[in-house]
Structure formats: C-alpha cells, structure tokens
Design a binder for this molecule. Structure first.
Ligand SMILES: [Zn+2]
Length: 468
C-alpha cells in the first residue's frame, strides 16, 4: 500500500495523488496545474499516469485546481467512477464546462497568432464534450454515507468547510488483512465561515494527506472582513468611485454577496449599485441556492427570515450574464461595486474592469483570495505600479486592498488545530503536506513537529509514501 504524489507537491495547484492498494489505483483529485504558461501547457497535457489504469477516483471539491484536469483523464481513456458529494457534482458541471470553454477560446486565440507566424497549430487541452464525459462519470454521495470505490476500500466524506460540497475523505484500506485509515483533507476551510458548516475531523486516522496553503500565515478573524468590506464600499460611494473586486466565481463571490446582503438589510450600506459580472458566478449562485444540506445554521436562519429570505440577493444587487451588459458597465457613471472573475486576474471579464479602473485614484481594487506567483493579481497586490493588460501599459493609481480574512483556507493556527483534533482521536503514523509552496510547508511542519504529530513529510512530485 502506498501513495504517489503527482500534483500539488510543493506547489498550490494541480492536486493529484494516487493510492495504490490491492494492485488497484485510486486517484485522489485531478486538478489543473496553473502557473507559467509554457510549464502549465506541458504539465496538464502530459499525464504522469496511465488514465486507463485508474480504477476509481475521489474528488474532494469542485475547484479547478482539484477537478480541472478530469476531462483530460477521460479523454485519455478513464472509464470508471468518480465519487463526490452532491454539491461538488453540481458545481463541477459549471466549472468544467466553463474550463473547457476557456481552453477552446484560448487555443483559438493562440492559433490565430501562430497561423500568421506560419507555426504549427495547437489542439485545446480538452473540449466541452470531454467535460460532459467527465461529469457523466461522477456518482453522488451524501456526507457521512459509506461507499466502496474498490474492493478493500471503504470511504466516507466529512465536511471540509472550504466551499460548497467540499469534503475531507476518510479512506479505509484493507490489503490482505492489513488495515490502514488514510485521511485526505482536500482543502480545509475555517471555523465560522459564512454559509458553510465548520470543518470536521476524523477518528482513528493512521495517515493524513493534508493541505498547507497558509502553513506560514495567520489570517485576520472573519468578523473583520465584513467590517472592512463595509468601510471600503461606503468610502467608494463617498468618493463616487468604483470598487473592483476580483473574486473566484464559486465560493468567494457568494461569500462577499452574503456579507453585502447582511449589511444592506441592516441599513449599514450606502445605496451603491453592486454588480456580479460573471456568468459562472450566476450559475454557481443557483447551485448554492439549491444545496440547503450544506448550509450552517446562520445561513438557514437568514433564508427563513421573512424580512430577507434571499441571503444572496438584495435590492441594489444585479447579476450580469450577457456580454453587452458587462461592456455597458465600462460607461456606467456613478459609484459602483463590480465583483468579477477570474480571482487571480489571469483571464475573464475582470481584466476589462481593471483596465478601465486601475489608473484612477478614485477607484479601489480589493483582493479577496490567494494570489499565486506569476499572476497579474499577485503583481498588483505586491505593489507593482507598471502593469500590462491586453498589451497596454498601465500605471496603478487606484487604492489596493486585501480582504485576507475572507480566505476559504485555514491559516497556520487553524491547520494546527485541525491536525491536533484529528491526532487526539487517532494514532498518527505520518502526515504528508501538500497544496503549498515549500516555505509554507516547512513552517507548518515545524508546528506539527512541536505537537508530536507526524513524522511529517513534504513530498516532491513523483515521490512514493509507504503506508505500513
Ligand atoms: Zn479549493
């Protein structure tokens, strides 16, 4: 019995780990690697595993860095079952179709340039039909329901509190009478996050594959995020400026809308127009509305409250799907909040809004999530004054802020608390830290070592981990 780490090993994207048991292969996640363009192109296309030999798959949650390469897996011949929660499946429908559309559009754009230069043309990584194949393979499982993806393997999903449908996987492996309980954290959320329940822990774990995105960081407390949001929105109204919020369409957007809804209902928000400009966010919001089984008590309370009853909608909020309406926002006169994607400003409508707004000191750019290395979002956040959007040189004059405490990932203290709570009910034989830059993993390893939780490894890509 062993695990081999194929992605999110000393990096934050491309989650992909293979469990080998009873001569079978169980894949944990199959995410898209995001990074430098050329490297991502190679990494996502050239699979380190034989897709036809994968016997089953578990999907921890729908985020693209965990699910986004499943269509390639299917395209390469995977024909078995993918296990995921109901909400993960429903969100994956929109995220994978959107990802396929982006792949198709990107390739079309690149090929147009390559054709002019007389270069050979590229195939898209995958197309929408491959995404449909991937979605057809997903079998939905309730939280805490037992299921057996392979002979000798029994699993249960627990709440991970990171995004709608996100799960911590409890995986019981039995090989010739030898039993091992492996826990795969997926991405771990934070206690008291809006909409979602708190992360759960597992009893009797032997080994943990654990995320460590913020293994070296502490967030502000979540209560501060709403107060900060209120202050920045109302300040924007006074300045008659625009507040641009780059946000992931699934999860972060709904969280911000939920806070704005509460502020608006409480009469604490100036009468400013708020636009959610992302077709994916509109679709994802529908999915959020239909998965009551994932809500925490507060969300249910707001939903049942007759004065509000739509915690993801208020009078000045407008969801935008059509391109023409998105373009019309460029000429919108007056203060406004524009929430758009992509969250790291790498593609999508957010680029147009940034191009329009970033040069004006009346405006504010508010980051709300993790900004990976080599992304435009990271460059702006790091204070670079000269940036380039659609080939145009721009100078940053807008205010730049960060709503760090809205992160969907646990910080160092919360990761240690989660590991401690699991270890207290277990006899841990090993922890593998994944989904993080190396310095974050080393900082978390130090903390876990101090708690005698381990031994802790920080696997490299391709490394094998024996489960004994
Ligand atoms: Zn995630």
């Amino acid at each position: 019995m062993h695990v081999q780490f194929w992605g999110a090993a000393q990096t934050v994207t491309g989650s992909m780990h293979m469990v080998h048991v009873n001569d079978k292969q169980l894949l944990l996640d199959c995410g898209l690697y995001q990074g430098r363009r050329k490297e991502a192109f190679e990494r996502n296309r050239v699979f380190p595993i034989e897709a036809k030999d994968v016997d089953a798959m578990i999907l921890s949650h729908a985020h693209i860095d965990h699910s986004g390469n499943i269509p390639t897996l299917c395209k390469n011949g995977f024909r078995n079952t993918i296990y995921a929660t109901h909400a993960t499946r429903d969100l994956a429908v929109h995220l994978l179709m959107d990802a396929a559309h982006i792949q198709e559009m990107d390739t079309k754009y690149t090929n147009k340039k390559r054709k002019k230069q007389g270069k050979n043309l590229f195939e898209p990584l995958y197309v929408q039909q491959d995404a449909v194949q991937a979605i057809n393979r997903i079998r939905e499982i309730d939280y805490h329901e037992r299921f057996s993806p392979l002979p000798g393997v029994d699993c249960r999903f627990h709440e991970a509190g990171h995004m709608l449908g996100s799960a911590v996987s409890e995986i019981d492996l039995n090989e010739n009478g030898k039993k091992v309980k492996l826990v795969f954290s997926g991405d771990i959320g934070r206690p008291e996050m809006p909409i979602l329940r708190d992360p759960e822990t597992v009893e009797g774990a032997d080994y943990i594959i654990m995320e460590a995105t913020y293994g070296n960081r502490l967030h502000e407390k979540t209560g501060d995020a709403k107060a900060m949001l209120k202050e920045i929105v109302n300040e924007t109204f006074k300045k008659r400026g625009k507040l641009i919020i780059p946000a992931f369409s699934v999860g972060r957007t709904q969280q911000i809308v939920y806070w704005l809804d509460q502020l608006a209902e409480a009469g604490e928000l100036e009468p400013i127009k708020v636009f959610v400009d992302s077709p994916l966010a509109v679709n994802a919001t529908h999915v959020f509305r239909s998965h009551v089984e994932c809500y925490d008590e507060e969300m249910i309370y707001h939903m049942m409250n007759e004065d509000d009853n739509d915690p993801l909608g208020f009078r000045n909020l407008h969801y935008i799907r059509k391109v023409e309406m998105s373009k019309a926002l460029n000429n919108y006169d007056g203060p406004a909040v524009i929430i758009s994607a992509s969250g790291m400003c790498e593609a999508g409508r957010i680029l147009h809004h940034l191009k329009n707004s970033i040069g004006n000191p009346k405006n504010t750019i508010l980051f709300s999530g993790f900004q990976a290395f080599h992304t435009l979002g990271r460059r702006i956040l790091d204070g670079h004054k000269n940036i380039r959007i659609f080939g145009e040189e721009l100078i940053v004059h807008a205010d730049i802020h960060k709503l760090e405490s809205s992160s969907g990932h646990a910080d160092q203290e919360e990761l240690v608390d989660w590991a401690k709570a699991t270890a207290a009910k277990s006899n841990i034989k090993g922890v593998a830290l994944v989904h993080c830059e190396k310095d974050a993993a080393e900082a978390l390893k130090e903390k876990l070592d101090a708690q005698n939780i381990g031994p802790v490894i920080i696997p490299e890509r391709g490394q094998t981990w024996e489960l004994t």
